[in-house]
Design a binder for this molecule. Structure first.
Ligand SMILES: Cc1cc2nc3c(=O)[nH]c(=O)nc-3n(C[C@H](O)[C@H](O)[C@H](O)COP(=O)(O)OP(=O)(O)OC[C@H]3O[C@@H](n4cnc5c(N)ncnc54)[C@H](O)[C@@H]3O)c2cc1C
Length: 417
């Protein structure tokens, strides 16, 4: 006789923070739960959050103000926050031996500054409920009939359960396991999935000169992005200085990458106004222009090299007094100016968006989810939690808060459902 597949009350697909919370909660309520994870261990992304410190939530205890941080789509969250809000989240962790501290911008972290401690707390939670954890178990899809999910398909076999919670995450940092698998299955099942937002957003700069350059547009320039001084991305095109930073096609197209780099550390940019010239050729060009106008002050000739307002900022960045007569300009000063023209330095403050944040969009359409229970409106035994949902999330702990809250509610409903 063929072996009967195991059957559970609840099968959670994806062992990230949302899936762990959902599994733990359903088990706590007495459900027989299985957690299926394709990696060899759970919570790979959780371990790298907040640079390894895990910005576990944002300590905005006022739900109205909290919901505003998620933009227009945030309204859907009122109903889940009424069941598990920031205060409940903090209590959840602190009562399980993980004290929390709050830093600037209300960013909450474990006192130990260790994402691993958050991870361990979640592991203990699912172990306490006797969740069956199956790692290296990639799910490859679902089978459904008459608005009911009948089984999850595994590479070698299948998993039967009364209810399923989908927590496979989004698409960022695919090396952690978030490869968007759930999006594909949901599309096949007829759910509407909003493609991850290309995040075409302007960039906010820290530099104090930014306002003075507003309105200047440049063509054929090269922008290079660096993290902690290391070159990570670069592109050439058209860009625009705005009153808060940069915009234009070159910048918008790089914004998604820059958003990702911001999660790693300080992002600086270098703007090359003459990408076709090397430093030597740039210097020779300056020499030639300066030779022609040697009786002038440098500030009166920069307009021949680039846009005058930009030229003045570059002079000041190169430490050259605008009133310096060209005949008195030293070789070192000229080279410093050439270097600025080839690599004007800027520091990124963030992307323009809700709270100048890193926004990751895309996912299962919120209109197709019943937020009181986190249940699909199309399949009556399917629930969602975490990054699989199409929320815009500013940085600052707001993303994990969605995981804790939707995970908790999905787990509660699936256990009782
Ligand atoms: C570098 C970085 C730093 C971050 N720092 C913070 C921070 O400090 N604070 C904050 O609030 N947010 C932070 N975030 C965002 C946060 O990590 C995510 O919002 C969160 O991890 C999403 O949780 P999730 O459970 O929905 O999905 P994920 O964490 O993506 O987990 C999904 C899980 O599903 C598994 N899976 C996928 N497909 C399958 C399949 N076919 N079969 C079985 N399993 C599958 C994956 O392997 C993975 O383990 C950060 C993100 C990154 C990339």
């Amino acid at each position: 006789m063929p072996k009967q597949p195991l059957s559970f009350d609840v099968a959670v697909i994806g062992g990230g923070p949302a899936g762990m919370m959902a599994a733990g909660r359903a088990a706590e309520l007495g459900a027989k739960v299985v957690l299926l994870e394709k990696n060899s261990s759970l919570g790979k992304k959780l371990l790298i959050t907040g640079g390894g410190r895990c910005n576990i939530f944002n300590a905005e205890y006022d739900t109205h103000r909290l919901v505003e941080m998620y933009g227009k789509k945030g309204k859907a969250l009122f109903s889940v926050f009424s069941q598990f809000d920031v205060t409940a989240t903090q209590e959840f962790f602190e009562s399980r031996g993980l004290p929390i501290k709050v830093e600037a911008e209300r960013r909450a972290f474990p006192v130990s500054d260790s994402a691993e401690d958050v991870w361990k707390t979640m592991l203990r939670y699912i172990q306490a409920g006797n969740v069956t954890v199956q790692t290296e178990k990639p799910v490859i899809g679902f089978e459904a009939e008459d608005g009911v999910i009948t089984k999850a398909l595994l590479k070698n076999g299948e998993m039967l359960a009364k209810r399923f919670i989908l927590a496979t995450g989004g698409k960022s940092h695919p090396e952690t396991g978030s490869t968007g698998d759930g999006f594909a299955w949901m599309k096949t099942l007829g759910h509407h999935v909003i493609e991850p937002d290309p995040a075409l957003v302007p960039i906010v700069l820290r530099d104090i000169w930014r306002k003075s350059l507003a309105g200047i547009s440049l063509k054929g320039v090269k922008l290079t992005a660096m993290v902690d001084g290391k070159k990570r991305a670069g592109s050439t095109g058209k860009m625009l200085f705005t009153h808060i930073g940069l915009s234009g096609p070159l910048v918008l197209n790089m914004s998604k990458t820059i958003g990702t780099l911001l999660k790693e550390g300080t992002v600086t940019l270098a703007l090359d106004l003459f990408p076709s010239l090397d430093l030597g050729a740039m210097d020779r060009k300056l020499l030639e222009i300066f030779e022609r106008g040697k009786n002038k002050m440098i500030k009166n000739i920069v307009g021949e090299i680039t846009q005058p307002r930009l030229g003045l900022v570059l002079l000041s960045l190169a430490g050259i007094e605008g009133g310096t007569p060209l005949r008195q300009l030293t070789r070192d000063q000229r080279l410093a100016f050439a270097r600025m023209l080839k690599g004007m330095p800027m520091t990124v403050a963030g992307l323009l968006g809700a709270d100048k944040a890193i926004v990751t969009g895309g996912g299962v359409d919120l209109k197709e989810v019943e937020f009181k229970t986190m249940r699909s409106k199309l399949y009556r035994n399917l629930y969602f939690a975490g990054d699989i949902l199409d929320f815009d999330r500013p940085s600052g702990g707001y993303s994990l808060q969605i995981c804790w809250t939707t995970g908790y509610v999905a787990g509660s409903s699936a256990a009782g459902g």
